[in-house]
Design a protein around this ligand. Structure first.
Ligand SMILES: NC(=O)C[C@H]([NH3+])C(=O)NS(=O)(=O)OC[C@H]1O[C@@H](n2cnc3c(N)ncnc32)[C@H](O)[C@@H]1O
Ligand SMILES: [Mg+2]
Length: 429
């Protein structure tokens, strides 16, 4: 019967057929070991000449890397195998021969692999990362559906910008100027006024000329927005959400984490609540550590890493100066120089995975911010309406999917956490 590698454990000592590709192989004299993959996992097929005969053994010996095949065999339980099973091959049917597959089992440079991303995706490591990405996405929908959030899809083509105008992708919308969305937030606030608790999940775009291991030009963001929730209540949603996806990955991606040699002990300990440190205290901490940083400056990667290293869980840095944060953030009730916001900094040097805040809910104050930031009512009048008609306290945040995948999977660079990364000077494939 036809099955998949993921399901093969249900057929021990039975004859099955899998469709897949040859990932690698080794052979000696009268026995060949085929490393097979079928998209659901990897398994070894053992081909014994005396059992399969001359013709099938010759086919096995001549199979080339990434040729597609149907392989039939008896499923054997084998504790030594990563999947716990092995296939004693009884038959092979070649579907299509791959000639000179470029990504051979030897080491390859990053640019070579990036130029062949459409093929590199097939490797065991990329397979593991993509399955962890999938689990984080699945667990995200599970968490927010269980919490009573409604999925709402903000537009990708917009006439406004939430995160400033320095990294917008301009495009034409017929005769009008338009931008690719940097963040769905402003629209999510409108949705929250209609549906209470909402979340989006989609691509966002930042024309940032940053060449770091944390920056993509196109990345995916989960953006929950919650009417009647204040800043601290939003932090509780964030820490519960992040804890939940970590537990889901630990539970459902054991083989993938093992394939990536991820130290899961560091993840198992991560449960809500997460520590909070104010921006003020973070500045003092860094200055005591000898960092040259003054109050009012934003943190760079080394600062975030130093702050994260002082904690064994993700840490919220709260209440940044108003002047280094976005126009929509609500001022602190006791201070007008800082705002009710927080960045969540992941451990192990993975940096900021969440940016969030309580939003201004007063029309006059928001109008003042429009004037300060030169925002036109033509483009932002609708956003002001949310404060003119039944305004309420509300908060929200954005979690960067790729940075979160990088952290949980222990992957150095975000380029491996998205199927087709868009980086500075990288639009291919
Ligand atoms: N609904 C909201 O309140 C979200 C808010 N408008 C927002 O966009 N915040 S953010 O700019 O900090 O971006 C949020 C997160 O989005 C991720 N992010 C932000 N920029 C990037 C780039 N360039 N590459 C990869 N990931 C990125 C990172 O994890 C940030 O913490
Ligand atoms: Mg941010």
């Amino acid at each position: 019967m036809k099955t998949t590698i993921k399901e093969i454990g249900k057929h021990v000592e039975q004859s099955v057929t899998i469709g897949g590709w040859l990932a690698n192989k080794r052979s000696s004299g009268k026995i060949a070991f085929l490393q097979l993959r079928d998209g659901t996992g990897f398994i070894q097929g053992v081909v014994v000449k005396a059992e399969v005969g001359e013709e099938t053994f010759k086919l096995a010996k001549e199979l080339t890397q990434e040729s597609s095949v149907y392989v039939t065999g008896i499923v054997r339980a084998d504790d030594r195998a990563p999947s716990g099973f092995e296939l004693t091959v009884t038959g092979i049917e070649l579907i299509h021969e791959a000639v000179d597959y470029p990504i051979t089992p030897k080491e390859h440079g990053t640019e070579f692999l990036m130029d062949h991303r459409h093929l590199w995706l097939r490797s065991k490591r990329q397979h593991a990362i993509m399955r962890i990405r999938n689990e984080i996405i699945r667990a995200t929908y599970e968490f927010f559906n269980e919490q009573g959030f409604v999925k709402v899809d903000p537009p990708i083509l917009t006439g406004s910008s939430a995160e400033g105008t320095t990294n917008l992708f301009h495009t034409k919308y017929f005769d009008e100027d338009a931008y690719l969305s940097q963040s769905g937030q402003l629209y999510m606030e409108a949705a929250a006024m209609a549906l209470g608790k909402v979340f989006s999940f989609g691509p966002t775009f930042r024309a940032e000329k940053s060449k770091t291991r944390r920056h993509l030009i196109e990345f995916w963001m989960i953006e929950p927005e919650m009417a009647f929730m204040d800043h601290e209540e939003s932090l509780q949603v964030q820490e519960n959400y992040v804890s939940s996806i970590i537990q889901s990955v630990l539970k459902n991606c054991e083989q993938e984490l093992k394939a990536l040699e991820r130290d899961t002990a560091k993840l198992e300990a991560i449960k809500a609540p997460f520590p909070r440190i104010s921006y003020d205290d973070a500045i003092s901490f860094l200055q005591e550590k000898g960092y040259e940083i003054e109050w009012g400056e934003d943190f760079g990667a080394p600062h975030e890493t130093a702050i994260a290293e002082a904690h064994d869980k993700p840490v919220f840095i709260t209440n940044y100066p108003k002047d280094i944060k976005a126009f929509y953030m609500k001022p602190h009730p006791e201070r007008d120089d800082v705002v009710l916001c927080a960045d969540l900094i992941a451990p192990e040097g993975y940096g900021e995975i969440i940016g969030g805040s309580q939003r201004i809910d007063d029309a006059e104050l928001l109008k003042e911010r429009y004037d300060e930031h030169n925002l036109s009512e033509d483009a932002y009048g609708w956003y002001l309406d949310l404060r003119r008609y039944g305004s309420v306290p509300h908060s929200g945040f954005g979690l960067g999917l790729e940075r979160t995948v990088a952290w949980i999977s222990g992957t150095e660079h975000v380029r491996e956490t998205i199927p087709f990364p868009r980086l500075l000077n990288r639009l291919y494939p």
